[in-house]
Ligand binder design. Structure first.
Ligand code: SF4
Length: 89
């Protein structure tokens, strides 16, 4: 059931022309909501490692948001199942 609703919120076709074009397994806001309910978070070490990758990334805006997914990377990196849209972490 949860998988069904997750699939509904994923875009059927990826947008064109951006580096994440071929990624159909994006971590969505629904995924984050479900992981919050389940309490599935990344360890402090993994969170820190992910943020260090984002801090060096050309798609990071103002040190807080990813230009590709629009997420606050500090929050997105906290979820265990989350991943970078272009597979950098
Ligand atoms: S989530 Fe990925 S693309 Fe976005 S800022 Fe971090 S490393 Fe870059």
């Amino acid at each position: 059931m949860i998988r069904y609703f997750t699939q509904l919120l994923r875009p059927a076709q990826p947008c064109g022309g951006c580096p994440r074009e071929n990624n159909t397994e994006r971590y969505t806001l629904l995924d984050a909501a479900l992981d919050t309910l389940r309490g599935e978070y990344a360890s402090d070490e993994l969170h820190k490692e992910r943020l260090s990758i984002c801090q060096k990334c050309e798609y990071l805006i103002a040190g807080t948001n990813c230009r590709l997914c629009g997420c606050f990377v500090y929050l997105k990196a906290r979820y265990a199942r989350a991943s970078c849209d272009i597979h950098r972490w």
